[in-house]
Design a protein around this ligand. Structure first.
Ligand code: G3P
Ligand code: CA
Length: 247
């Protein structure tokens, strides 16, 4: 292999929505599988329930990933917990529940980083997230990303130690410059894997930023990202990436 793997020993293997290629996304089963496969980071998505709890789910509604319908923001935890979040993926996951972020914090050991992505529309989530990270002593092993920079700014105002990551659809060349324009420190950049280049990655890393591309599932693209010198890779297949790094 032409890539210098020796320099990638610390590359973070980030299980996207858990090991979402092989288990129902954003469930404890998917996170447990990612851990079993040796991931060193976990990415997940959050929304606020009607009763103010932080719920782990990608979509605004339960419709696609459970057997129930309805917007998370209109449902209580008790109602959300009635949904089966596993059967849609495979019958062997029947009975999986939509987890609270607190349950994921309890499952994942502190040496594994957690990338919490706040989905748009959850403007009131920052106080609840800061309270939970502090109560669970997770400020140092969680980094919070969003496409919505207003929510990240609010989080940073509430808790200056919170580590925040900027999610972008635009080309990587613009990320680094935009991070420099913000008047609060940014921890990481999260570009789409197809919109970045080696030079932009090295410039960002020289400025002390981490670079975590998403969602990289094919081996050839993983190799390309490694060659770019990224800090970690967000993938639905953490086992595949681990095997590639160990080759
Ligand atoms: O956090 C990176 C990636 O997860 C963003 O896209 O739609 O999978 O949440 P999405
Ligand atoms: Ca996400």
């Amino acid at each position: 292999m032409s890539n210098d793997m020796s320099s990638n020993e610390t590359l973070m293997v980030i299980a996207h929505r858990g090991a979402a290629g092989e288990a129902p996304e954003n469930t404890l089963a998917a996170f447990a599988l990612g851990l079993e496969q040796g991931c060193t980071g976990i990415e997940l998505d959050v929304h606020l329930s009607k009763d103010g709890e932080i719920i782990v789910c990608h979509d605004t509604t339960l419709n696609r990933t459970t057997d129930r319908q309805g917007a998370i923001g209109n449902l209580t935890v008790e109602e959300i917990k009635q949904a089966d979040a596993g059967s849609w993926f495979h019958e062997r996951f029947a009975g999986e529940r939509v987890p609270l972020l607190e349950e994921v914090f309890d499952l994942v050991p502190p040496e594994v980083q957690i990338n919490v992505e706040i989905k748009a529309g959850n403007d009131g989530i920052a106080p609840a997230l800061v309270e939970l990270m502090k109560r669970k002593d997770r400020l140092n092993d969680v980094f919070v990303s969003s496409f919505d920079f207003d929510i990240l700014e609010r989080l940073k105002e509430l808790e200056p130690e919170a580590r925040i990551g900027l999610l972008y659809h635009i080309r990587m060349t613009h990320h680094d410059r935009m991070a420099g324009l913000l008047d609060y420190p940014v921890y990481s950049l999260h570009p789409h894997w197809s919109r970045m280049d080696k030079r932009s990655v090295s410039e960002a890393i020289e400025r002390g930023l981490r670079v975590y591309p998403w969602t990289v599932n094919e081996e050839a693209n993983m190799l390309n990202m490694i060659d770019c010198g990224v800090s970690g890779i967000i993938t639905d297949y953490p086992g595949r990436l681990k095997r590639l790094l160990e080759r």
